[in-house]
Design a protein around this ligand. Structure first.
Ligand code: ADP
Ligand code: MG
Length: 605
């Protein structure tokens, strides 16, 4: 064992800096947050070479006085907190007083700053937390921080940095998040001499979403807004037609701070469950303003996670508002909408970094191309932004046109004229009033109807059952048998009357009347198989699962379209709470407008 040594101050600081300054984007985050804390309403971010060589943040905020400047770079120096109680009342982004100390321990910092006192400002150069040069300078009120040569004195850390492309994309990501989360502040972002984005402090959140995330995005969002005495929830969530293959576009802000919170994410995703396909994720840009004494922001090194005091209450409000807004805004998918293009646009805009992360090993090649000035290849963000900028003038009118309320399916369904059945599965129907043709998936529609009826019966604790003339005996394995026995009450509540029949077999005596004569054996095995791994406390999950399995099973064994009463199907579907999708989230109905048809036949362009 080596002898224990006390580390010197600078080494301690460099180690501590590692917690906060992981990569150039961490610096950008800390500096922008400082600018926001200093009451700026205009912030310019400029980076070069992925931020490794050069980062500049200029703001028009309060500035730093000469006295304060001496302390600002010392560890644990902050103007935002003076005792532990303040920590639970914090509205500022920063409060630990370690960002400037950390940054100046691992990079060279230049500050130009002026408060509204006095006629000139100060320019200072800081290395290893010490001001090495300082002079008065003429400049407007506000602060500019320039960070050069990151990790010049910690070569080990420098080696861990990724290519300029990747580091640059991390920075873009941060700037986007902060710009989205802080309407009321103008942001300008310049990357290697090119303006990548520019928002205005007079923009609404919606206008910022349009500029930052694009038109497709904006057109598919639903506004939500509600409040009680403890918090206010507002922002946008995607409708049932717009979703992504990942969670990259789920933006959550608490008191304008971008945070990650798996509980809230889960709760929101849950609300979309039978509305969008499996393994797809809703998009949201959600703001929660909350009394700072009801949250703890001090639980994570970069403050990306926080804790809520009254989480339950928040969850309930969130669930209600999302359900309401989703239900009121369901719409019918278009038959000729090109899913592929839609997905492609959604993937490309605006952050291509998602791809570049995974293409790490090819980065160098791409970077080389950039140095050959192939700017198009470097970043599609640029293109996207330019397109939207020129579009922006027409945006408001466009937006209104495209978001006009869709016809209500519940009104259309009962008046549909039945035309025929195609591919022995799909019902073709016409609505002369709205000039539309509808294609209904008989099975999906039927499944939705059954599911909602069953659910209602279960919730009212009266699942109507029928006694089987010939009770069914099902043999199970040891494990299956014990699962069935453990869930015997639950099954009963769902209308399946099951008893032990010796030797690992069970006897089914009654089943819900809704399903006619189900294929009991396979249904039962599927149920047991699906609830086998679910823990005991996920009761609701099991109920949901069993209901869905029972419905799917009933449909599989169900009638051919020729035998069903189409008009009654339309009517029953119109009476469901959500006639748009089957319980698994697949559409029950798609539409073709007369206009779509005329476009396809090139009668109109
Ligand atoms: P913290 O933000 O946690 O207070 P920092 O190390 O980030 O700690 O900053 C230290 C102090 O420097 C801040 O409390 C603030 O007083 C001052 N400061 C930093 N950046 C700015 C800025 N852009 N404008 C005005 N003051 C600033
Ligand atoms: Mg700070």
């Amino acid at each position: 064992m080596k002898k224990i040594k006390l580390l010197d101050d600078m080494t301690i600081q460099k180690i501590a800096a590692g917690e906060i300054i992981e990569r150039p984007s961490s610096i950008v985050k800390e500096l922008i947050e400082n600018s926001l804390d200093a009451n700026s309403d205009s912030i310019v971010v400029e980076i070069r070479n992925g931020g490794k060589d050069y980062i500049r943040i200029t703001d028009n905020g309060d500035g730093i006085s000469e006295d304060d400047l001496i302390n600002a770079f010392k560890p644990h120096s902050t103007s935002k907190l003076s005792n532990i109680d303040d920590l639970y009342n914090i509205m500022s982004f920063g409060f630990r007083g370690e960002a400037l100390a950390s940054i100046s321990s691992v990079a060279k910092v230049e500050v130009i700053t002026k408060t509204d006192v006095g006629s000139s400002g100060i320019q200072a150069f800081v290395e290893e937390r010490e001001i090495i040069k300082k002079a008065p300078i003429g400049c407007p009120k506000g602060t500019t921080m320039i960070v050069r040569d990151l990790f010049y004195n910690v070569p080990v850390r420098e080696k861990f940095l990724k290519s300029n492309l990747v580091e640059g994309n991390h920075i873009s990501d941060i700037v986007y998040k902060l710009a989205l989360g802080n309407p009321g502040v103008s942001f300008k972002y310049i990357k290697d001499n090119t303006v990548i984005l520019s928002t205005s402090k007079s923009n609404t959140i919606e206008e910022n979403i349009y500029i930052l995330l694009g038109k497709e995005f904006t057109n598919n969002l639903l506004e939500i807004n509600c409040s009680n005495e403890n918090f206010k929830i507002y922002g946008y969530i995607s409708n049932n037609q717009f979703y992504r293959g990942n969670r990259n576009h789920q933006y959550l802000y608490i008191n304008n701070r971008y945070i990650k919170n798996t509980n809230i994410t889960k709760i929101i995703e849950e609300r979309y469950k039978s509305l969008i396909p499996i393994n797809r994720f809703p998009v949201f840009i959600l703001f929660i303003d909350i009394d700072p004494s009801l949250i703890d922001v001090n639980i994570h090194p970069t403050k990306e996670e926080i804790k809520f005091v009254n989480e339950e209450e928040l969850n309930t409000v969130l669930i209600n508002i999302i359900d309401k807004s989703l239900r009121e805004n369901l719409n019918i998918p278009k038959a000729f909408s090109k899913e592929e293009t839609k997905d492609k646009i959604a993937e490309e805009i605006p952050l291509l970094y998602e791809k570049s992360f995974f293409q790490d090993e090819h980065d160098e090649i791409v970077v080389e191309q950039i140095e050959k000035e192939d700017i198009r290849k470097e970043n599609t963000i640029l293109e996207a932004i330019q397109v939207y900028d020129s579009d922006f003038v027409n945006y408001k009118e466009d937006y209104k046109k495209e978001t006009k309320k869709e016809d209500d399916l519940k009104e259309i369904l009962p008046r549909l004229k039945f035309i025929g059945v195609i591919f022995s599965t799909y019902i073709l129907a016409e609505d002369t009033l709205s000039n539309k043709v509808f294609i209904i998936d008989q099975h999906a529609a039927h499944e939705r109807i059954l599911y909602e009826k069953y659910k209602k019966e279960y919730e009212n604790e009266k699942v109507i059952t029928q006694r089987l003339l010939k009770p069914e005996i099902v043999e199970l394995t040891n494990l299956e048998f014990s699962v069935a026995m453990q869930n015997i009450d639950l099954l009963r509540r769902l209308g399946f009357f099951v008893e032990e029949f010796g030797n690992n077999s069970i006897i089914i005596r009654e089943v819900p009347i809704l399903f006619g004569n189900p294929q009991l054996k396979s249904l039962f095995l599927e149920i047991v198989d699906n609830i086998r791994l679910v823990s005991n406390n996920s009761y609701d999950y099991k109920v949901e699962k069993i209901m869905k399995i029972a419905c799917t099973n009933a449909i599989k064994a169900g009638d051919k379209v020729a035998n069903i009463e189409v008009i009654s199907l339309f009517k029953q579907l119109s009476e469901t709470e959500n006639p748009y999708t089957c319980p698994h989230g697949r559409p029950t109905i798609i539409e073709i407008t007369k206009e779509d048809m005329e476009k396809e036949f090139k009668r109109i362009m």
